[in-house]
Structures are given as structure tokens and as C-alpha cells.
Write a protein that binds this ligand. Structure first.
Ligand code: ADP
Length: 490
């Protein structure tokens, strides 16, 4: 199958969160399965590592944006050790900036214009390069316009006459909602600005646009697929999603095991596998304590948390349990960046208990690997979590996650309670009510488990042996692609 994946970020070209891991992991896996995959993303020149070879295609596109023509050069790269082609849309005024979507915590004011341009440039690049994809896979609001462009503008073009589109919702909290007048950037007729298609309470909504026009809609876990059809998790789009429920599929993200795998990880001080985790993790823990300025004590339970610091990630619960937590003989290493009040909370914990809490405010991919490897227990009390990658990385690294039973957290972690423990299925701790009491209860259970060595070993090893491969998820995406193609009229 010829598959074009359009995304605003992909490792190692640009990353702010899980989408970047997912785009690359899926593309790599589909490529390995023998499919012809092209990944298209904006050329964020400042973020592409210098050692990645990038060449000009000699092709450019020109898009009429409101009243001016904006052009972009198309560059080509390769996803390392894969057959996957990467196209980079080079429009420096839009994409050669200090951030991807925000700078100093503030959204760029022209984000609608930037990503409408990107979506239109993807279609034009595909047309000019005659990619003739069977499927275009859009991701999140940044590429939500693509399914609409395909139906409204490109369906009659021979290159696209048999192309289906799907869109994956990675996080419904981000919808790309802009004032209605931003329609002028979409290149589409105003007739589409109605409540059944692109309009949402008087605004333009790019994610809704994608959901309405794509042949199939996926999201990143089966539980989240059910949750988002309900008002509580639907962020206002629950009825739109429910109306597409026959075409809505939840597929749990895999883990890119060439990047997140303790037996090959180049960022950690000692590699290890399920058979050698005790020595390996002990060495990684020592290093992490040293690097974090925490006392180098092998016996103390070391917690980790790596996160965008936003309300989504359960920082309010961390604040609520902090007093209790710090009364224990524990350590915790935080890494994160985000909203000022969340950053402040984490900083203040580190100031209050410097021998127990380390806080790195910033984005540090390598430290993220070292925390996953060096920590014993991982905290992920997210209020909602479409899929979540860090709980999966934790299990793969023998670090026991404590999670709230929502979205992909509920689908991936098996609670260390009676029968699960007895049958060696338990991989972590899962609390159900989003409240300090249940969360603190699971922290206490995790501390008891930490001291109960044989049981802890069973939980660690069940997590490390869990199948988190992308092959499984990629096979499910292929089914969705086939289903999307079947929906096209003959
Ligand atoms: P989300 O996409 O909602 O941010 P996920 O758990 O799906 O959450 O993915 C987060 C990804 O971003 C993980 O790979 C995680 O390690 C990484 N990450 C988040 N914050 C940081 C940070 N401050 N430094 C390094 N990596 C981070």
C-alpha cells in the first residue's frame, strides 16, 4: 500500500510530545512491513539534527493564502535504517522559529495560517511529486484540513481519485479552533463553514473538519475511543464523534523499540534486559541520583515523572499528596516543562525537600531516558490520557507505573491486585477515582511492593516482557486503511 502520513512533528526531525514518537514509530513499522510510506512534516530547520542528511527535491509549491502567494521548497530525507521517505515542507517564515506551536508558553498568533498552509502544501507536494497515495493519514488538528481538501478540491485530480483519508486524534483537548474569518486560509469555499462540517459555535475547528471529512477516524486507545463519545471527555466534540462511531477505532500506540528499549538505549549508563535488570537498573539509579543531586542510596525508592506540565497530567493530585509523600523515605526526579503554575509547583517541591526531590524544568530527551531507566516507580496520574507513552516506556524499562484508569493508561497497565498478582499479570498500579485518596493509596501500595522483593520482581518482569511492539498496532492501522478504501465510491 502507498501511505502518506502528514504530521506536524516526527522524531528525530521535531518533537514536542507523543505525536512525534507515534508518527515515526508507525511509519517505520509500516515501512518494515513492506509498504511504501512517505512521512511529510514542516521543515523546522532549527530542530533537525545537523547529522541528518537532507537534500532538495527541486520541487516547490505555491499556495494562494488569502491575498498573497506563499511558496515552499520541498526537501527530502530518509528515516534512518528504514525505506521511509521523509518530505520536509520548507517555508521559513512559518516554520523556522524558536518553537513548533508556541514560544515562551504563548501560542503563535498565526497558527491557523501556518497549518492551513502546511496541509495545503502536503496536498500540492503529493500532486506535483505524483505520489498517488492509497491512503493519506492525517494527525491532529494541524493536518485536519487535509481530509476536507481531498474531498472538496482534489477528488477529481487523477492522482487522488482513489485515495482515502483517515485522521488520528492524539488528544482531543487540542482542536485547532480559530475565528471564523480564518476560513480565508483554507482555500475552501465558505459553503463548508456550517455546523455539520467546519464550523463549531461560530469558529473554524480544524480537528472537527478532519473528523467530519475523513473516511475513518482513529484515536490512540480503545478506552479513549469510547470516552470521547461522552460529554465528560468529548471536549464539545462528543456528538460529532458519536455520529462517526461506526468509523471510529481506538488503536493503542506501540513503542518505538529502536529508541525506547533498555537493551539498546544509547542514553543510559548501563544497558539491561529482563534477564539482567537488577544490576542494570541499580547502575542507572546510581547515575540518576548523582546527576540529579540526590543522595546516592540504592535502598531508597526512587520515583520518576516526565511530563508536559499541564493540568491534564494530574499535577493537582501531585500537589495534594505531596505532604504525605515527602514524609516517607523516598526520592523523586521530575522532568518537565509547561504551564507556569505547574512548573512552580514542581520547583517548590524541590526547594522544600532538596534531598528528596529533584526538578529539571526543560525538555531533555536524554534525561528522559535516564529517568525511565533509573527510577523504580513512575507517576502518571493524568486526569485524562488518550494513550500515554511514558507508562509504556516505564514498563519496558522495569519501572513500575502508577496510573489513573483512563484512556490508554487503563488499556496498558494491569493493576497489582489479588488475581493479577497471583497469575503474574500485574504490571503496575491503577487507581480509579481521580482524587488524592486513591492516588495516595496506590503510592503506599507501591512502597510496600518495593520492599516485597519476589513480588516486585514478578511485576517488573511482567512489564518488561509485555508486547508493546509497533507491529501489532501497525497491523490494526492497515485494517483501518483497508476499511477507509472500501468506503470510497467505485
Ligand atoms: P503527551 O503526548 O500528552 O505529551 P505522551 O506520554 O503520549 O504524552 O508522550 C510524551 C512524550 O514526550 C514522551 O516521549 C516523553 O518522554 C516526552 N516528554 C514529555 N516532556 C518531556 C520533557 N520535558 N523532556 C523530555 N521528554 C519529554
Amino acid at each position: 500500500m502507498r501511505i502518506l502520513i502528514a504530521t506536524s512533528e516526527a522524531v528525530p526531525f521535531a518533537k514536542t510530545g507523543g505525536l512525534a514518537d507515534v508518527a515515526t514509530g508507525l511509519a517505520r513499522s509500516l515501512g518494515d512491513l513492506g509498504h511504501e510510506v512517505t512521512l511529510v512534516l514542516p521543515y523546522h530547520r532549527r530542530f533537525v539534527p545537523a547529522e541528518i542528511p537532507v537534500e532538495e527535491t527541486g520541487t516547490s509549491v505555491s499556495i494562494r493564502m488569502d491575498e498573497r502567494d506563499v511558496s515552499a521548497e520541498i526537501w527530502r530525507a530518509r528515516l534512518a535504517n528504514t525505506p521511509v521517505d521523509v518530505l520536509l515542507i520548507d517555508q521559513p517564515a512559518y516554520f523556522d522559529r524558536g518553537g513548533l506551536y508556541t514560544e515562551s508558553g504563548v501560542d503563535y498568533g498565526d497558527n491557523c495560517e501556518r497549518y492551513a498552509f502546511f496541509s495545503r502544501a502536503v496536498m500540492e507536494a503529493a500532486r506535483k511529486l505524483e505520489l498517488s497515495p492509497d491512503v493519506i493519514h492525517a494527525n491532529d488538528w494541524q493536518t485536519g484540513l487535509i481530509p476536507a481538501l481531498l474531498e472538496a478540491k482534489y477528488r477529481q485530480t487523477p492522482t487522488f481519485s482513489k485515495t482515502a483519508s483517515i485522521i488520528t486524534v492524539h488528544n482531543l483537548a487540542f482542536q485547532g479552533r480559530f475565528p471564523g474569518w480564518c476560513m480565508k486560509y483554507t482555500g475552501l469555499d465558505w459553503k463548508y463553514f456550517n455546523w455539520l462540517q467546519m464550523e463549531f459555535w461560530g469558529d473554524l475547528n480544524l480537528l472537527k473538519t478532519g473528523i467530519v471529512f475523513a473516511q475513518k477516524v482513529t484515536t490512540v486507545s480503545p478506552t479513549y475511543a469510547r470516552e470521547i463519545c461522552q460529554p465528560e471527555f468529548g471536549c464539545g466534540l462528543d456528538t460529532v464523534l458519536a455520529s462517526r462511531s461506526e468509523d471510529l477505532v481506538g488503536i493503542l500506540n506501540g513503542v518505538d523499540t529502536s529508541e525506547w528499549n533498555p537493551s539498546v538505549d544509547r542514553h543510559i549508563p548501563q544497558r539491561y534486559s529482563a534477564g539482567s535488570w537488577k544490576a542494570g537498573k541499580a547502575a542507572c539509579k546510581r547515575e540518576l541520583q548523582r546527576e540529579s543531586g540526590l543522595p546516592e542510596r540504592p535502598d531508597v525508592p526512587l520515583f520518576g515523572m516526565i511530563s508536559r506540565l499541564t493540568d491534564q497530567k494530574g499535577l493537582d493530585l501531585i500537589a495534594d499528596v505531596a505532604d504525605d509523600f515527602l514524609r516517607n523515605d523516598v526520592q523523586i526526579a521530575f522532568l518537565g516543562t509547561g504551564e507556569a503554575h505547574c512548573e512552580q509547583l514542581v520547583r517548590s517541591l524541590a526547594l522544600r525537600a532538596p534531598d528528596k526531590v529533584s526538578a529539571v524544568i526543560g525538555f531533555d530527551e536524554q534525561l528522559a531516558h535516564r529517568i525511565e531507566a533509573g527510577a523504580d516507580i513512575y507517576l502518571m496520574p493524568s486526569r485524562f490520557e488518550p494513550c500515554g507513552l511514558n507508562q509504556q516506556y516505564s514498563m519496558a524499562y522495569g519501572t513500575i507505573p502508577i496510573v489513573h484508569a483512563v484512556g490508554g493508561l487503563a488499556d496498558s497497565v494491569v493493576d497489582a491486585s489479588g488475581p493479577n498478582l497471583m497469575h503474574g499479570r500485574a504490571t503496575g498500579f491503577v487507581f480509579h477515582d481521580y482524587a488524592a485518596g486513591p492516588f495516595a493509596g496506590k503510592i503506599r501500595e507501591s512502597l510496600r511492593l518495593y520492599d516485597a522483593r519476589p513480588t516486585r520482581q514478578s511485576v517488573v518482569e511482567a512489564g518488561m516482557k509485555r508486547d508493546c511492539s509497533w507491529e501489532r498496532s501497525a497491523a490494526e492501522y492497515l485494517d483501518v486503511y483497508r476499511g477507509a478504501l472500501e468506503k470510497l465510491p467505485d
